[in-house]
Design a protein around this ligand. Structure first.
Ligand code: SAH
Ligand code: SF4
Ligand code: F3S
Length: 435
């Protein structure tokens, strides 16, 4: 029996894909193991969204091979497609097999070829599909409280900085019926939360079903307690979705809405196809339709040619919106993207560092401000972890809540009501309420 160990890098989509891969390998009679020590095969499910993500994986390949020369090392995920044959040609890297995000059904065969000593060519398949949605595969889910569920794959937006349309190919959606069947199975297994995944969930379309229709159907046809989704694109956020979110207690009042930049010239160069004012109008609409909605975002600082004054437009948007949470990144040039081909990476690294430091400091202030909204309220949290002393879960707004309750172990994957006593930029402190 082949022992396979898998490491996952990158976004939630990769976390979900690892669960799909596990399911495919288990069906092929392979054994998934939690550490690399007894592994015959180590698979790295990789990310190439920024250069440091790439470097981390390259270092890891060297370390794995140095520790065990006979270990078969395979590359899955976004680096697989992007690097294609380069990885195999480079002998120093010693990669034994590659499978891109649409080739996971081939993995048992690719692994068998790699294990077979008589097979001289290194096996790989990085073909991108216009159809593969893995809708017949039930992932081997490992998390206790939340279930990831990809409703669509790929991206057609081609933001100029982004490698994802190249690594994951064209957009395609999975049927609403199959999604609903899977969520009903999740409910039967005791899952309380589902997070719908897609590079741009607004583009979801299957037959006549739009993303709004899908969300409405999930609330009507399943009994899942909490529904989250990530990510929508600000350029085409559907108005009717706001009404569906507002009207349904099961849909969390929390939206991730990636800003990327606040300056119109930079937004245009990024090919984001909205302006600062259109973004702010959307935020107002969200807050009008869903009072108290928690908002998070993604921001890139130091995109090519961004001046400090233009960066200040991003700061101004953040000051206006006061996001509950923000993921902030330094621009990282990705080979073959439109930005890499057309715009030299000309903002110096120390300038990017200064901008990110400034924005992170501001964001901390805003996160604290928003998190204080929950102090002295009762919150229902979905428990994710228990570290022996503290119960850790999230409220509806997706804020981490730390509950001092050493004596009172709440079951992972269950809801518990707590009283919030304190807030920090990173989360909330609370005490357990007697049940
Ligand atoms: N599809 C998702 C984003 C996927 S990548 C969406 O559109 O929301 C996650 C985040 O990584 C992006 O939102 C962006 O902020 C960041 N990112 C992508 N490419 C980048 C690059 N070249 N340099 C720095 N950050 C990048
Ligand atoms: Fe990348 Fe833009 Fe697509 Fe998101 S929407 S995956 S940032 S190209
Ligand atoms: Fe995700 Fe990284 Fe790919 S962010 S889509 S794993 S490039």
């Amino acid at each position: 029996m082949t022992n396979v160990y898998i490491e996952t890098y990158g976004c939630q989509m990769n976390a979900y894909d690892t669960e799909l891969v596990q399911s495919i390998l288990v069906d092929a009679n392979m054994h998934i193991i939690p550490t690399v020590d007894a592994a015959d095969v180590a698979l790295l499910n990789t990310c190439s969204v920024r250069e440091n993500a790439n470097n981390k994986v390259l270092n890891r390949i060297h370390a794995l091979k140095r520790a065990n020369k006979t270990l078969i090392v395979g590359i899955l995920g976004c680096m697989a497609t992007n690097f294609k044959t380069q990885l195999l040609d480079n002998n120093r890297l010693q990669i034994d097999l590659i499978a891109g995000p649409d080739s996971y059904k081939q993995l048992p065969a690719l692994i068998a070829d790699a294990v077979d000593a008589t097979h001289s060519d290194k096996p790989f398949d990085v073909t991108l599909s216009e159809f593969e949605t893995y809708d017949t595969i039930v992932p081997n889910r490992t998390e206790g409280a939340n279930a990831w569920l990809a409703i669509m794959r790929g991206c057609n937006n081609f933001c100029t900085f982004c490698v994802v349309p190249y690594t994951r190919g064209r957009e395609r959606s999975r049927s609403a019926d199959s999604i609903i069947t899977e969520i009903n199975d999740l409910v039967a297994k005791g899952y309380k939360q589902v997070t719908l995944l897609g590079q741009n969930v607004n583009s979801y379309r299957y037959g006549n079903d739009t993303f709004t229709d899908l969300m409405r159907r999930i609330t009507q046809e399943t009994a899942i307690d909490r529904i989250r989704f990530t990510s929508p694109h600000p350029k085409d956020f559907p108005d009717d979705l706001l009404d569906v979110i507002a009207a349904n207690p099961a849909i969390c009042k929390q939206i991730h809405v990636p800003l990327q930049a606040g300056n119109d010239r930079i937004l245009k160069k990024m090919n984001r196809t909205y302006t600062q004012s259109e973004f702010l109008t959307l935020i107002h609409k969200m807050r009008d339709a869903i009072p108290g909605v928690a908002l998070s975002t993604d921001i890139i600082v130091g995109f090519p040619t961004e001046t400090y004054d233009e960066f200040l437009d991003t700061v101004r948007v953040c000051e206006t919106v006061k996001f509950d949470h923000a993921y902030i990144f330094k621009y990282s040039e990705r080979p073959n993207t439109r930005a890499a081909l057309k715009f030299p990476d000309d903002v110096p690294l120390d300038e990017k560092t200064q901008r990110i430091t400034e924005l992170v400091k501001l964001q901390k202030k805003h996160s604290l401000h928003q998190n204080k909204r929950w102090v002295n309220t009762v919150q229902s949290i979905l428990v994710e972890r228990w570290d022996g002393e503290t119960v850790i879960g999230r409220n509806d707004a997706n804020v981490l809540v730390y509950v001092d309750a050493a004596h009172n172990r709440a079951a992972i994957g269950s809801f518990t009501n707590v009283f919030v006593t304190d807030a920090s930029p990173h989360g909330l402190r609370a005490r357990a309420l007697s049940q």
